[in-house]
Write a protein that binds this ligand. Structure first.
Ligand code: NAD
Length: 423
């Protein structure tokens, strides 16, 4: 078995999950599989030390990462995560999933990702700004509008992107809005970007529900993670007449069999920073989240949540992967055997990178589109990508995940082959 010297033997790591997913597509790549090893090798991985002067005058050091997994089809694209569990292998896997996602959607990008091993909730706003600016400077020589374009992910937001854009611009001596996406609207951000990932989950989810004969109106939905992705997906399903009966975040799991009031929960979260204590439902244990009966499950938090054990007992018909890498490979097999349909992350949560692509294009042309235009283009790209993957899955008789990898890897490896090896 192939391995990199800097990768652990942990078979449940996000990188191991990604490699297992690649393994499944190899038999379907024909002659292109000759180039497939490139998918197992991140092109570039940068580890940086970020010294930060805290408000109390002490100095702490944080680990920062930026990985460019594959740039065969275009500049790197991928978010920046601030979370205490961030590590090199996780960032590698997240960057690789971006390579697959951009190719599956046919966006002209390669895959990249970054992160800092930090709990942003423990920092003051000024400390967060200094951390972000130093991180941006440290990775500054490998990012850029034509090289690699960061965006928000877990623990980061439009304000963090504004600081990144400003720092990079200061360092190069010119305002460069296209260096990051997911920026505030006044700084070259795109309308529709904040809701784009959740919207993509909803658009692909409703299209798939129709295909498998599941009526969204009145169906029961469970959502893990109530951040940028989970809260938007929950509101759109709720507005479409579904009952969102259970939601889990890092603080609590809240259940209401009649359907949670999502607008009220969002208002609660804005006030208290989490869903714990919400009076519109009862709190259950985090393990019980997985044992509730529902039709649609939306994991929208972190990787590795749907284990084999959970896959064996889950009572649902459709899983919409809002999060990156929420399902372990052995769980995929069980879900297939149990006839539970999974829209894989590389399609389901691609709404964010699709509108990031629109933002990048708008920044380059300095011409901005209205929200209807953006949503219409987003819906069209997402449903077309889902259709292509559905057809591929039927043609190859494989899961939607392997089909998405087949569509994506063909594009990546053809690009690799046509460019040839340098020198
Ligand atoms: P976020 O920081 O806005 O929200 C994360 C949510 O997950 C929070 O509600 C948090 O409380 C919850 N959470 C954290 N740890 C948890 C745990 N152990 N159990 C239950 N809940 C937990 O992040 P986000 O941007 O919504 O991203 C969520 C997922 O979606 C990530 O996997 C991310 O990579 C993926 N994603 C995000 C985007 C985007 O545009 N933001 C795009 C594609 C994919």
């Amino acid at each position: 078995m192939h391995s990199l010297s800097y990768v652990s033997e942990n078979s449940h790591s996000a990188w191991a999950t990604y490699l297992a997913q690649v393994e499944r597509v190899l038999p379907h790549l024909g002659d292109l599989s000759r180039w497939a090893d490139t998918l197992r090798h991140p092109k570039r991985a940068l580890i940086v030390d970020i010294p930060l002067e805290m408000d109390d005058g002490t100095v702490r050091h944080f680990e920062g990462f930026r990985v460019q997994h594959n740039l065969s089809r275009g500049p790197g694209k991928g978010g920046v995560r601030y979370h205490p569990d961030v590590n090199l292998e996780e960032v590698m896997a997240l960057s690789a999933w971006m390579t697959i996602k951009c190719a599956a959607l046919n966006l002209p990008f390669g895959g990249a990702k970054g992160g800092i091993r930090v709990d942003p909730r423990e920092l003051s706003i000024k400390e967060l700004e200094r951390l972000t600016r130093r991180y941006t400077s440290e990775i500054g020589n490998i990012i850029g509008p034509q090289q690699d374009i960061p965006a928000p992910d877990v623990g980061t937001n439009p304000q963090v992107m504004a600081w990144m854009m400003d720092t990079w611009s200061m360092n190069v001596g010119a305002t460069s809005t296209g260096v990051v996406t997911g920026k505030p609207i006044h700084l070259g951000g795109s309308l529709g970007r904040v809701k784009a990932t959740g919207r993509g989950v909803f658009v692909t989810g409703t299209a798939m529900a129709e295909r498998i004969g599941l009526k969204v109106q009145g169906c029961c939905v469970a959502v893990q993670g109530f951040g940028n992705v989970g809260s938007v997906a929950a509101s759109l399903f709720s507005e479409a007449g579904a009952k969102v009966i259970v939601i889990q975040d890092h603080s609590a799991t809240v259940l209401n069999d009649d359907g949670l009031d999502i607008a009220a929960l969002i208002a609660w979260q804005q006030q208290y920073g989490c869903i714990a204590g919400f009076p519109g439902g009862r709190t259950i244990s985090s393990d019980d989240f997985w044992l509730q009966g529902f039709d649609i499950l939306i994991p929208a938090a972190l990787e590795g949540q749907i284990t084999a054990e959970r896959a064996n007992t889950l009572q649902c018909r459709l899983i919409l992967e809002g999060a990156n890498g929420p399902t372990l490979p052995e769980a995929d097999d069980i879900l297939l055997a149990r006839d539970i349909t999974v829209i894989p992350d590389v399609i389901c949560n691609a709404g964010g990178v699709t509108v990031s692509y629109f933002e990048w294009v708008q920044d380059f042309s300095s011409f901005f589109w209205n929200e209807e235009e953006i949503n219409a283009r987003l819906d069209q790209i997402m449903t077309q990508a889902l259709d292509a993957v559905w057809q591929k899955a039927r043609a190859l008789d494989v899961t939607l995940r392997t089909a998405a990898y087949a569509v994506a890897c063909e594009r990546i490896l053809i690009a690799r082959q046509e460019r040839g090896l340098y020198p």
